[in-house]
Design a protein around this ligand. Structure first.
Ligand SMILES: [Zn+2]
Length: 144
């Protein structure tokens, strides 16, 4: 639980400018106390997932970002209920780059169906955990 930065959400159009808008949003919304070291990975993954949602998904596209005090949890939701098949997607250069990057860079990720105030769809989520870099990082991580 982070007391510095609240959960942030951004609704995006199905537009080629949306990945850039999502990067700007992630840069502004990231937690300055806990998550600055995760920003590069977060921006890359957010950009890839929004690109996939624009190309292969359906509106509305929603990006949500939250800090839990020791890492970031981000999800990108779109209005297409079809879940990407991981195996197929990883073999498919066009749509699969985002999932391959998730596998390589995130500490945990998944795809799940959603039904909320925006209707039905799917959400691709991932977590980035702060690396344990000395006493300062350990203090932020809290008791184990
Ligand atoms: Zn935080």
């Amino acid at each position: 639980m982070c007391e510095t930065t609240v959960r942030a959400e951004l609704l995006l159009p199905t537009s080629t400018t949306s990945p850039r808008a999502a990067r700007a949003f992630a840069r502004e919304s990231e937690c300055a106390e806990h998550a600055t070291c995760l920003l590069d990975e977060a921006l890359l993954l957010v950009s890839e997932l929004v690109t996939n949602a624009v190309r292969h998904g359906a509106p509305p596209i929603l990006v949500a970002m939250e800090c839990d005090g020791s890492g970031l949890r981000i999800h990108v939701r779109d209005g297409d209920v079809a879940l990407p098949q991981q195996r197929q997607a990883l073999a498919d250069d066009e749509g699969g780059r985002g999932l391959a990057l998730l596998e390589a860079l995130s500490d945990a990720w998944g795809v799940e169906p959603v039904a909320d105030e925006h209707g039905v769809g799917k959400a691709v989520w991932f977590e980035l955990r702060m690396p344990d870099q000395g006493p300062r990082a350990r203090a932020f991580a809290g008791p184990v």
